[in-house]
Design a protein around this ligand. Sequence first.
Ligand code: FAD
Ligand code: DHB
Length: 391
Amino acid sequence: MRTQVAIIGAGPAGMFLAHLLHAEGIASIVIERRDRRYVEGRVRAGVLEHITVDLMRRLGIDARLREHGQVHRGTNLSLDGRLIHIDMAALTGGRTVTVYGQQEVMRDLFDAAEARELPIVWNAADVVCEGLQGNTPTVSWNDRDGRHTLACDFVVGCDGFHGVSRGAIPAERRQSFERVYPFGWLGILADVPPAGHELVYANHERGFALASMRSTTRSRYYIQCGLNERIEDWSDELFWDELRLRLGPEVAARVTPGPSFEKSIAPLRAFVCEPMRWGRLFLAGDAAHIVPPTGAKGMNLAVSDVLILAEGLGEHYRGSSAGIDTYSQRALARVWKAERFSWWFTSITHRFPDMDGFDRRVQIAELDYLSGSPAAQRALAENYVGLPLAA
Ligand code: FAD
Ligand code: DHB
């Protein structure tokens, strides 16, 4: 078997890349460990930057996004119940974000892949990539019929944080930078109307809370929790009580409680692997970097990586290696800005176990400063809606 680009992983990074390459006339095969149902069922991101919305439009997969995506012109912070409204559109020359679940994005990507006959290998076990320093690397995997080998020009590792591709770069040729946070997010989905049209990021004495949504009838809420807490210990009643307390009376009055149909705990981590290229292997998305979810950047970074990479691969097949040679550097420049923003936004909104009175007062001062300073609000807004792709 042979193709031009072998893509490992059918998450947002892998599938957006497959569509972008298809649009450039470059052949690819996506090799995914799980089945479509599993990948599409994972409840994850909810906020799309304009680069992601623009890309879906460009790829012609935005029909459902236009119908169901909710355009948000502003967002809110809350400090012990006091609301601070950030008018993102006014502060950024009209930029907005769109609330549309990652599950919906995946469905649109897979439906269009089927219609365009983009090849995806599902349930591929024991994926291995080899020959990455030569001209014809290979990706091999097992399925019911035995072992298969795919020869290609390039391998792109889009297999998420726990994938195999990053490990194919020898340890002495890569560097990792990491922050593991001493808390997680307990998230629920419930078919109840959201607490308002916009999101609320709440800093409360008892910890962070986030009010988000998927539609006008489906709510997504998160509360900060300890790393050793168990989902079984959080009944819906306990969750709603704690959430309302942290959001403060004004927002709590608009929360409609109801039975949750999804409840899970996600740890918070920041991670970057440098470089994002080794020979004929490129890393994209969570395979190369993780951000704490506070800034809603993870899926959007996967998109900016593959936008830069697809452009570089297009140039390669037209005869210039400049684009792929600068991929790692260009992608990392945007990644680190998103890491910085996500780190900062996490630091001003969460309760850290080792916080003392000084730290707490600095947090309060940060939020107080934000509430009164259009300059500070603008810095938040331009990062939240998404920084431009580097030239
Ligand atoms: P993944 O989505 O992890 O996809 C990797 C794929 O590779 C998977 O399908 C996996 O099955 C496959 N794979 C793994 N190993 C192998 C292997 N060995 N062989 C073959 N295939 C393999 N981001 C945002 O932008 N906005 C948000 O609001 C947001 N909120 C989030 C909330 C939560 C609770 C969480 C957990 C994440 C959130 N994110 C958010 C982050 C976002 O979901 C991820 O950054 C995004 O999914 C990354 O896409 P990816 O394609 O790089 O990796
Ligand atoms: C959602 C997730 C986030 O990480 C975030 O910052 C905002 C919204 C969500 O799942 O809706």
